[in-house]
Design a protein around this ligand. Structure first.
Ligand code: GDP
Ligand code: MG
Length: 372
């Protein structure tokens, strides 16, 4: 999908923080497989209350949409319902903001029934005040079905249907919550351990996931290496006694800066899998000056979610382009220093993972298992 990314630079604000957010939105677009063909940033002292960017800029955007055959415009700025409606009225293609983009990513990634319901709920709640007469999707959907009250417009029908669906989802979620504790306790015993890769956008989670599961690894045999879905793979290691041990490694959506508050429940639902995993790799970008600050945020979120920090490994990635002062900051935490792209220390990391996961199930204290 040909995408145009639009941002605003508020001159009063700290520039680097804004640029970081803008870059993150850019990377989130890439994660969604959107083809960002153009980016526009407007410097302003304040935002335009009606359309965020000015009317001249909007005209420029409309022209670009036509000349570049753009299918989607992403605003790296939270659009209030009225702003979104006004912008949508003027731009002839689909317009979304960062929250909608994130919700799409969550929707794609949610795996459990509960996660899927929570994401759909967040999407409906986010979109409800944004429904317009133009929004033919829902209206068309309900058009033929009865229940159109006297004088009820298409918009009113859409809103009513959305509210009905919201109530239904809330009920379903309550049901799931009642049974959840029972189910998870049962599932925990006897299942293949799961290792989750977490960290902020762009630290190299996917690169690390690929390095760990790479078929380029000469010893990897197809049968010992199963692709479950694009984000989860099973890895099998063999110990000295020729005993096989498997675990599942999972690439996650990760953490997002300035997550809009309405999205927190949906985020928690998609990250729930992480909370329940047996080992969490916290990936840090050693070339990022703000790495330590971000690491502290990650730890805080994991703690809030009830994660036992004993089951975490700190992985300092991008060692090939690391900043010494950043590496220094992490020294006391005993991080495993790797480079996903140059594969530096990837085998070591795999050994440590296997040791952490399986050490208490047998005595491998004196020898590392060979990873395959
Ligand atoms: N130099 C260097 N770049 C890396 C390394 N790992 C990842 N990257 C780059 O960092 C960017 C983000 O990586 P990605 O895996 O998509 O990050 P994710 O958002 O955490 O999944 C990509 O351009 C990668 O090529 C590394 O070890 N060294
Ligand atoms: Mg990724």
């Amino acid at each position: 999908m040909k995408t145009l990314l639009v941002g605003v630079d508020l001159t009063g604000k700290k520039f680097s923080a804004e640029r970081d957010n803008y870059e993150e939105t850019y990377h989130l677009c890439l994660a969604e497989n959107l083809e960002v063909v153009k980016t526009i940033r407007q410097k302003r002292s304040t935002i335009d209350p009606k359309t965020v960017v000015g009317s001249g800029k909007l005209k420029e955007i409309v022209k670009l949409v036509e000349s570049e055959n753009i299918d989607l415009v992403v605003f790296d700025y939270p659009l209030k319902p009225a702003q979104w409606k006004e912008i949508t009225r003027l731009i002839p293609v689909k317009v979304i903001d960062k929250a909608m983009l994130i919700l799409d990513i969550f929707a794609r990634r949610a795996q459990s029934a509960e996660g899927k319901l929570k994401v759909e709920l967040a999407q409906l709640e986010y979109n409800l005040p944004r429904l317009t007469e133009l929004d033919s999707g829902l209206s068309r959907l309900v058009g033929g079905i009865g229940g159109r009250g006297p004088g009820e417009t298409k918009l009113e029908i859409s809103r009513r249907r959305s509210r009905e669906r919201i109530n239904l989802l809330k009920k379903k979620l309550k049901e799931i919550e009642k049974h959840r504790d029972l189910i998870t306790k049962k599932q925990r015993t006897n299942k293949i351990p799961v290792v989750s890769i977490v960290g902020y956008t762009n630290v190299g989670k996917s690169a690390l996931f690929n390095a760990i599961t790479s078929k380029r690894d000469a010893l990897v045999q197809n049968k010992l290496f199963a692709t479950l879905d694009p984000l989860r793979r099973r890895i099998t290691v063999v110990d000295e006694n020729n005993k096989h041990w498997s675990y599942i490694i999972s690439d996650t959506v990760g953490f997002i800066r300035d997550l809009p508050e309405q999205l927190y429940e949906a985020f928690k639902a998609t990250i729930k899998e992480v909370v329940e995993s047996d080992l969490i790799l916290i990936v840090i970008d050693a070339s990022d000056v703000n790495a330590y600050q971000k690491f502290q945020n990650v730890m805080k979120i994991l703690k809030d979610l009830g994660v036992d920090l004993a089951y975490t490994l700190i992985v300092l990635n991008k060692m090939d382009i690391a900043r010494p002062e950043v590496v220094q900051e992490f020294e006391l935490l005993n991080p495993i220093k790797v480079s996903a792209t140059s594969r530096h220390n990837i085998s070591l990391l795999k050994n440590v993972i296997a040791k952490k996961l399986f050490a208490d199930r047998r005595s491998i204290d004196t020898h590392h298992p060979k990873t395959i």
